[in-house]
Design a binder for this molecule. Structure first.
Ligand code: NAI
Length: 234
């Protein structure tokens, strides 16, 4: 396979594991990054998904070098945890603007080429927190739950064009994002995970790769949990 794949926020953590999984399978992989030195082996494009012009610019460069994006993995995301009482308007809108509106921006731009090609695969990285909720994470949970409605609407809108939209909902994965939690928080979380461990980024990548594969051609509008059982029933 040598498809044109884009992974947003593919420079580290879960995004990097996803980018590597596609590259290992022979795809042409572009990643976006915001700052620092991006990892080697990919077409790395600087892009902040909260800036529409940067999104447009990134797509132009990717299309020039790899052709229109055939597989989009919208992975970039942030947290800004705070109890409601202390959560500012800025804390709320910054998280929504990156996780939900940012995803809208990259999906909308990818859709142009997918419509023309009459095929496409879109995978959105949500979170178990979007379904379970999380104290201190109202902004994050709202943005991640929003991705489910977004994906399912597009699955209906664009299914007849052979474009699938699926969501992967990771549980607690060992990355910079969860390393920022206190030891007490990390232990408290583990007590609720039936598999009694954190997940690895590669375990998310495996599910994403499947959803983008030919084997998953008849799956759309699905929310696939990869969470050690944490979110069962939600
Ligand atoms: P991370 O913090 O290591 O990586 C996040 C990536 O998103 C980085 O590459 C960052 O540059 C990028 N990003 C953030 N804001 C951006 C913006 N405005 N424009 C462009 N890129 C931006 O986090 P991690 O853990 O790898 O998370 C990846 C995704 O998985 C996120 O959407 C996160 O919400 C989700 N997730 C993570 C879980 C975990 O336990 N680590 C659990 C559930 C979901």
């Amino acid at each position: 396979m040598s498809r044109s794949v884009l992974v947003t926020g593919g420079n580290r953590g879960i995004g990097l594991a996803i980018a590597r999984a596609f590259a290992d399978a022979g795809d042409k992989v572009a990643i976006t990054y915001r700052s620092g030195e991006p990892p080697a082996g990919f077409l790395a494009v600087k892009c902040d998904i909260t800036e529409p012009e940067q999104v447009e610019q990134a797509y132009k460069e990717i299309e020039e070098k790899h052709g229109p994006v055939e597989v989009l993995v919208a992975n970039a995301g942030i947290t800004r945890d705070q109890l409601l009482m202390r959560m500012t308007e800025e804390d709320f809108s910054a998280v929504l603007d990156t996780n939900l509106t940012g995803t809208f921006r990259v999906v909308k731009r990818a859709n142009r080429g997918m419509l023309r090609a009459r095929k496409g695969r879109v995978v959105l990285i949500s979170s178990v927190v979007g379904l379970l909720g999380g104290a201190g994470q109202a902004n994050y949970a709202a943005s991640k739950a929003g991705l489910v409605g977004f994906a399912r609407s597009l699955a209906r809108e664009l299914g007849s064009r052979n474009i699938t939209f699926n969501v992967v909902a990771p549980g607690f994965i060992d990355t910079d994002m969860t390393r920022a939690l206190s030891d007490e928080q990390r232990e408290g979380i583990l007590e609720q995970v039936p598999l009694a461990r954190y997940g690895q980024p590669e375990e998310i990548a495996a599910a994403v790769r499947f959803l983008a594969s030919d084997e998953a051609a008849y799956i759309t509008g699905a929310v696939i949990p990869v969470d050690g059982g944490l979110g069962m029933g939600h």
